[in-house]
Design a protein around this ligand. Structure first.
Ligand code: GTP
Ligand code: MG
Length: 431
């Protein structure tokens, strides 16, 4: 029997970049005894080398914790640590779809910042309950009370119950765990209903093939069960079921409300699409889950192998990497100077840099990329408007009436003391 849903809590940790999400996750792992001394290392959730080198989270990561609460019950907590940088917000939006609640971390010395707001709105739109945490109260510049006021005024949520914490010093951790159990709702799900499972994330493992991270909505998944990936319209047999506790471990089943992974000898990476619904093979009609909004690339660049003989390897690597990051787009491109490659779209410049580095490191490729561009609109002399992400597609100049580049309308509010500098900066940046 899987664990009853009232003892499960699924939550994401969300915040602006560097406000201390991954450090807080470390403390929650410590407080629940998830790691032995030998296994412990700082920023445990940032498992990718790139994340550790840069000190930022790139991929959302999930762990399962077992917490004995004050009420005497042992809860299963599924924690998702999310990235704070705006270029990886697609990770946040997917993570929130797996949760009933969110722990909102705000840095006591920085206060509410852009991604604090953006991520809270995502959480609120997903109807999640929110536990605000004011972190880094150990810093001399910390001003928790005005940050509390700011959360109420700017974010617009009740912050009277915000927990004062220091993830670095381990202050407030017990209160956070209790708040997760008491203030966040359990998942609702029915073991008796037809199987419905949300495909949250996937990645390629050289030994196991495609591994899929799932959130079970209704029903139970077990090894040997035949499943159907609805969007891909393909059927597979489940081989293994597991959870990250905190290392990947095989378990007998995943019941309603639980988060874990499964493998099913999926060879075709295109079959595992994030946001897809998994049901029982040959099952009666099940309405698919809403899935995710596709990501909208903002920055475009061409990526080419240095050695043109490795074009196929690059294509393969892009397919596999896309399993793990559905937020970039790619289409084949050829250039007279660089040969065959791909035109890729990214959520931002950091995203572009990370994708290129992951391709080079994880797939051992040497790559050249073209200068990044944004989408331009071209008004042709015949009145047609083209959206171009590639300068190579520009029509001949006698057909071009006008070329428009994207602009944003922004209002900058600043104390009078900074007005001069802000104006100079705007002018330098063509504002
Ligand atoms: N003084 C102090 N520093 C902290 C505290 N919590 C985190 N930090 C530091 O803040 C920095 C960023 O912490 P992370 O946990 O990586 O922040 P994050 O929110 O996970 O960052 P991203 O995942 O990249 O968005 C690190 O240098 C931490 O050591 C705290 O409570 N007090
Ligand atoms: Mg982090």
């Amino acid at each position: 029997m899987s664990i009853p849903t009232h003892l499960i809590r699924n939550f994401s940790i969300i915040a602006h970049i560097d406000h201390g999400k991954s450090t807080l996750a470390d403390r929650l792992l410590d407080a629940t005894g998830a790691l032995t001394d030998r296994e412990r290392r700082a920023q445990f959730m940032d498992s990718m080398d790139l994340e550790r080198e840069r000190g930022i989270t790139i991929k959302a990561a999930t762990v399962r914790l077992s917490y004995l609460a004050e009420d005497g019950e042992t809860y299963e907590l599924n924690l998702i640590d999310t990235p704070g940088h705006v270029d990886f917000h697609y990770e946040v939006s997917r993570s929130l779809a797996a949760c009933e609640g969110a722990v909102l971390v705000v840095d006591a010395s920085q206060g509410v910042e852009a991604q604090t707001l953006a991520n809270v709105y995502l959480a609120v739109n997903n109807n999640l309950a929110i536990v605000p945490v004011i972190n880094k109260i150990d810093l001399p510049a910390a001003d928790p009370e005005s940050v509390r006021q700011q959360i109420e005024d700017v974010v617009g949520i009740d912050a009277s119950g915000a927990i004062l914490a220091s993830a670095k010093e381990g202050i407030g951790i017990h209160e956070i765990l209790e708040a997760i159990v008491k203030r966040l709702p359990p998942p609702v799900g029915d073991a008796g209903k037809p199987l419905r499972v949300l495909l949250l994330d996937s990645w390629y493992d050289a030994y196991r093939g495609v591994v899929i991270l799932v959130r079970v909505i209704d029903g139970t998944v077990r090894p040997k069960q035949k499943i159907r990936l609805m969007a891909a319209a393909r059927e597979y047999e489940i081989q293994t079921i597991g959870a990250f506790a905190p290392f990947a471990r095989e378990i007998p089943e995943l019941g309603p409300g639980e988060v874990g992974f499964l493998t099913a000898a999926i060879k075709d990476v295109a079959d595992a699409r994030v946001g897809d619904t998994i049901t029982e093979a040959g099952a009666p009609q099940v309405t698919p889950l809403p899935g995710f909004q596709p990501a909208k690339p903002m920055v475009f660049a061409g990526i080419f192998p240095v050695d043109s003989a490795r074009y196929e390897d690059l294509r393969d690597a892009l397919d596999k990497l896309r399993l793990n990051d559905a937020s970039f787009s790619r289409e084949p491109e050829s250039s007279a100077a660089l040969g065959f490659g791909f035109r890729c779209g990214f959520l931002g410049l950091l995203h572009m840099e990370i994708v290129q580095e992951r391709l080079e490191r994880e797939y051992n490729l040497a790559l050249i990329s073209t200068a990044p561009t944004v989408i331009y609109e071209v008004l042709q002399t015949d009145g047609k408007v083209l959206q171009l992400d590639n300068p190579a597609k520009l029509p001949a100049s006698n057909y071009i009436e006008e070329i428009r580049e994207p602009i944003i309308v922004a209002n900058i509010l600043t104390p009078p003391a900074y007005v001069g500098n802000v104006i100079t900066l705007c002018e330098e940046k063509r504002g």
